[in-house]
Design a protein around this ligand. Sequence first.
Ligand code: DOR
Ligand code: ZN
Length: 349
Amino acid sequence: MSAAARDRLTLVRPDDWHLHLRDGDVLASVLPDTARRFARAIVMPNLDPPVTTTAAACAYRERILAALPAGMAFEPLMTLYLTEATPPAEIAEAKASGIVHAVKYYPAAVTTNATHGVIDPARCYSVFAAMERHDLPLLMHGEVSDPAVDVFDRESTFIERHLTPLVREFPGLRMVLEHITTRTAVEFISQTPSNVAATITAHHLLLNRSAMFAGGLRPHHYCLPLLKREADRTALITAATNGNQKFFLGTDSAPHPRRAKESACGCAGIYTAHAALELYAEAFERAGALDRLEAFASFHGPAFYGLPRNHDHVTLVKVSWPVPAEIGIGTETLVPLRAGGAVAWKLSP
Ligand code: DOR
Ligand code: ZN
């Protein structure tokens, strides 16, 4: 790549394959950040109450489209929240709707609004079989919530206890291990067949777990799965930049009000939608792999989901810009990643 090309990068418009938009006035506040950069996003269903039915997903989709500012294009790809009470018949309806693109499996109590999640995945095997039949992908928050398992080992334990049997039992089920954080996950995904893939966030590419404790406790670097060791971060960088189709962009941008993060019991989640593609560009540039960003951000996801690539383009320029200290969300504010700092790449208008 020439020096000139390194100051400017034009990509097929990317998609975000893992996003939290919330609802109501928070939704209206955060949606433009995503819609400016991405054509589509897989929208997480962990609302309160969760989006467990196709009818609820349709209604949520309408609220998202209604919150989109005039003149902006964006396609929300809806998901259902799996519970142990989800009937297999819901899967046929979800698939037939054409608007539901996946089902999300949260292990019970593992993260924000996961109380209705799955305690024993064996109780969901008839639903997984229906998903395999109807070719509807399963998205996983891949951590166990077992308090006996160290919080830094919860992803690798999930792979061992739950994902390994699932991959064996459902060879025709497309699965995504969401927001992977460890070398173990990279190695596991790399050696599975093509029906198993993973998303990687910008914050897990840019930060290791020391960022949670840099000079004091940093609640705005707290997310789940937790940031991990430097060796894990470098394994993620290799996975994202080596051209392997099994790895693609999913920001897991997760808005929480400032007061809910700066609290005695703070919420998990990092907000990156305000600079999502730009932050990935930083990570890829540092790895000397800017030329691999387009495949990771714009090609691998559509290929896995069986959707067409986008037709239009976005351009990033190498211009540093200041990130605000906070961003308004409805009547409150949130603290975005890099608040008060700078991002090295800028989206060209
Ligand atoms: O950090 C996270 N925030 N991880 C999750 O799994 C959920 C998300 C949220 O909804 O805030
Ligand atoms: Zn998430």
